[in-house]
Ligand binder design. Structure first.
Ligand code: CA
Ligand code: CA
Length: 507
């Protein structure tokens, strides 16, 4: 991965995405395993939030503080609504003291426009950045920010994108260039208007920061792809976790569904006990809150069972029926999954063809080498075998190319099949299919590239040296064939002109 955001060539990103499609996604464990043995991972509830009971009775989020336009509700925190010039953020109330950590954040960025703004940021900083100009949080932070930047301020067509920016508390964020001059790592991902929530896993372990992304195309929660990595990164030993967002002239809804924090401990080291860190007052408050909630829940359960004795044990009405838009979305995803599989198959077949080509090239090379050494007695026999091999290989290649063509046709049929749903999801559909079109275009380009790459290598095998083959198609045979073709063609032309003349006579 290139370290500089500016160096990311715009057309490269879909290719990376495409390659990632064809390969199994990288899991968090795999990504960190390279460094050393897997760390001990412990969930830290004090630095986490998650639905369905995210907010307390008084409108606050347990262990977290929210600022600006952020609105917590039962199952998510809307950091900004899709109105102009909104800012909001959520921060942990206390500093974490973990040496290493991992956060899993689930969010949605949705907007009606093809372009949105400004974006969302995930933070680990020495102080809370409660308010400021950097995606709704303070500038000159000490720590790291992972920015999901929707709007392309510098016009380099590399947004939406993900960028990692470290700061020692002195640097001013270069907003006009989308932070490209300050990026430690980055990747280009479109995280807006995705069918499923986008998931990001940020791991800081043994001084390496890794960002993995599940970009919301599948319901598979573990389908993470590698995005960025920063090695030898020194972060404050204690800090706050936060998430912030902002809108500008253009505006998206920025919704965070969950923020889960895990403490990572190197094998053999002991993690500090969590209970010692909670003040008694807070403990009492949360216990009270929990008991109150539990009582409410029990009461409501009893009420519901009294009122609906017949629905006990049956699925809720919401689960049994799906809305029109849900159905459309489901159809689109099924179509997309099929395309995904087709592309995977295409990839496999391309690999097979390459393999065949390689075999063919090496066989020809071997043959030429043998001839160079000179065994005139065996020439006829060997070349016969050789030609048979070549013909077989060619037939195989043709068969596989046909298979590819049919799988591409299938993929196209899936696309047109999925395009049927009504008008409500048309915008998203069009956007997804534009993406797919782009990816198919890249597949085409790759194939052309492969062909170009293969052509000179076979030419290098010096086909002109082959004429000494006595049983190869001879010049005489070739000319006879051409002559027969020509005679047939002239005969046909004469026949047609006679027919036409006869027709004219008839009129
Ligand atoms: Ca930007
Ligand atoms: Ca940009």
């Amino acid at each position: 991965m290139p370290r500089s955001w500016a160096k990311m060539a715009a057309p490269l990103a879909p290719l990376v995405l495409l390659l990632a499609l064809g390969r199994p996604a990288l899991s968090g464990a795999q990504a960190t395993e390279g460094a050393a043995a897997a760390p001990h991972r412990r969930f830290e509830y004090k630095y986490s939030f998650k639905g369905p009971h995210l907010v307390q009775a008084d409108g606050t989020v347990p262990f977290w503080v929210h600022t600006g336009n952020a609105i917590p509700s039962a199952d998510q925190i809307r950091i900004t609504t899709s109105l102009k010039s909104q800012k909001g953020s959520v921060w942990t109330k206390t500093k974490s003291i973990f040496e290493y950590w991992e956060v899993e954040v689930t969010f949605r960025v949705t907007g009606r426009g093809r372009i949105g703004a400004d974006g969302l940021a995930i933070w680990f900083t020495e102080e809370q950045g409660l308010e400021g100009p950097v995606f709704g949080a303070a500038d000159k932070w000490n720590g790291v920010g992972i920015f999901f930047d929707s709007f392309d301020n510098d016009g380099k067509k590399n947004n939406p994108g993900v960028i990692v920016v470290g700061n020692n508390g002195k640097l001013l964020y270069d907003h006009q260039n989308d932070g490209s001059t300050q990026a430690l790592a980055s990747c280009q991902r479109d995280f807006r208007n995705k069918p499923y929530p986008v998931r990001v896993k940020i791991t800081y372990y043994q001084k390496t920061l890794t960002v993995l992304i599940n970009n919301g195309f599948t319901p598979d929660k573990e389908d993470y792809e590698f995005c960025a990595k920063v090695e030898d990164m020194v972060l404050p030993s204690q800090g706050y976790f936060g998430i912030s967002a902002a809108t500008g002239g253009l505006a998206d809804d920025h919704d965070v569904l969950s923020f889960l924090t895990f403490q990572l401990t190197e094998p053999g080291k002991e993690a500090p006990t969590p209970d010692a860190e909670i003040p008694q007052k807070d403990k009492d408050k949360y216990r009270e809150e929990f008991e109150h909630f539990q009582q409410e829940l029990d009461k409501k359960k009893e009420e519901f069972q009294r009122e609906h004795p017949d629905v006990q044990g049956q699925p809720a009405a919401d689960d049994a029926f799906e809305t029109v838009s849900d159905r459309e979305l489901r159809q689109i995803f099924e179509g997309q999954n099929r395309i995904h599989l087709e592309i995977k198959q295409l990839n496999r077949q391309l690999d097979m063809i390459l393999d065949e080509q390689r075999k063919y090239v090496s066989a020809v090379t071997e043959e030429i080498a043998k001839r160079g050494a000179g065994f005139p007695g065996q020439q006829g026999q060997v070349s016969q075998q050789e030609i048979e091999t070549v013909v077989k290989t060619q037939e195989e290649v043709i068969r596989q190319v046909k298979e590819i063509r049919s799988s591409v046709t299938d993929a196209l049929r899936s696309i047109s099949g999925a395009q049927h749903p009504g008008s409500a999801g048309v915008y998203e559909t069009t956007q997804h299919f534009n993406d797919i079109k782009e990816h198919l275009h890249i597949v085409k380009r790759d194939i052309e590239h492969l062909v170009q790459r293969n052509t000179p290598s076979t030419e290098k095998q010096k086909c002109p040296e082959l004429p000494p083959f006595p049983s190869c198609l001879s010049t005489v045979h070739f000319f006879i064939f051409v002559a027969v073709q020509t005679v047939l063609f002239i005969g046909y032309v004469m026949y047609r002109s006679q027919q036409e003349a006869a027709a004219k006579k008839f009129f």
